[in-house]
Ligand binder design. Structure first.
Ligand code: FES
Length: 182
């Protein structure tokens, strides 16, 4: 009886795997679709983080009739809505409505441009005076003396449905140029 021939072990011959190629193609297409769908979702989810927190909102100051015949600056406290990421809060700030003649006026921030103390209107001296380091300003907020390097900061204002509104912002301190900081 002839002995069984010892055949050399056969090496597996690689066969092109069409199925795995198709699988890869499908996985890549699926990934692309998922990524495309995820972008709007991510944008929606992170919207509050992408909104610049320094974007100032409009606050009501009062009825416009109250400010049409002012003889001197008047102070008002306004509620300012702040948005920080997903959190929103309301802080109070002081502003002055300052007559500039012929029934016109402007709105000034009470925050001193030197180091941020609350500037006060002193009617009997016809000027604004900062209690912290003695900065003084005219009755329309022009710098007269003391350490502040610029005038009191004017705020953007408008009238809507008979209500005076103001866009409160903070400005960089200790600089001569008015630069919003949020
Ligand atoms: S903070 Fe107003 S003068 Fe210094």
């Amino acid at each position: 009886m002839p002995a069984p021939a010892h055949l050399p072990e056969q090496m597996p011959v690689p066969v092109p795997e069409r199925r795995s190629f198709l699988g890869l193609l499908l996985a890549a297409a699926g990934g692309l679709v998922s990524a495309t769908l995820a972008i709007p979702l991510m944008r929606f989810a992170t919207f509050p983080l992408r909104v610049p927190s320094e974007e100032a909102s409009w606050s009501d100051v009062g009825k416009i009739d109250e400010f049409l015949s002012l003889a001197e600056p008047v102070a008002r406290t306004i509620d300012v809505k702040k948005i920080d990421g997903w959190r929103s809060s309301v802080v109070q700030n002081g502003v002055y409505i300052v007559p500039t003649g012929s029934g016109n006026f402007k709105v000034l921030s009470s925050v001193c441009p030197h180091l941020g103390c609350a500037v006060r209107w002193i009617g009997k001296r016809d000027k604004f005076i900062c209690p912290c380091h003695g900065g003084t300003f005219t009755n329309i907020g022009v710098h007269i003396s003391g350490p502040p390097l610029r005038a009191m900061d004017e705020l953007e204002s408008k009238v809507e449905n008979g209500i005076l509104k103001v866009r409160f912002q903070y400005f960089r301190q200790l600089v001569a140029k008015k630069e919003p900081v949020g």
